[in-house]
Design a protein around this ligand. Structure first.
Ligand code: FE2
Length: 95
């Protein structure tokens, strides 16, 4: 929940920026990688701390975070190029 709140606060802070979509993309990329590290740590604790039954669910969540981080990585170039082309055309990349 704390991680989700952090992401929401970052998005609110970026909403006043002209390049909100870029700032949010960067923050999301960092956030997903933070979550990957957190799940890896939790899996280690589960496996070595006497909670092996938790490991499968944590590993499932880890796979979701890795998939999301990959999606963000795969799409950062196109999002950046779309933002730049809109900016160049004098348009805004906001809803
Ligand atoms: Fe995530």
């Amino acid at each position: 929940m704390a991680l989700s709140l952090t992401g929401s606060l970052a998005a609110m802070g970026h909403s006043i920026a002209g390049d909100e979509i870029i700032k949010n993309s960067l923050a999301n990329f960092a956030f997903e990688n933070y979550e990957i590290a957190a799940y890896k740590s939790l899996i280690t604790i589960a496996e070595h701390g006497g909670f092996p039954g938790l490991a499968p669910a944590l590993k499932s969540n880890l796979e979701e975070e890795i998939a999301m981080a990959k999606w963000l990585d795969d799409n950062l170039h196109s999002v950046t190029m779309k933002f730049a082309s809109l900016k160049e055309a004098g348009e805004r990349a906001k809803i």
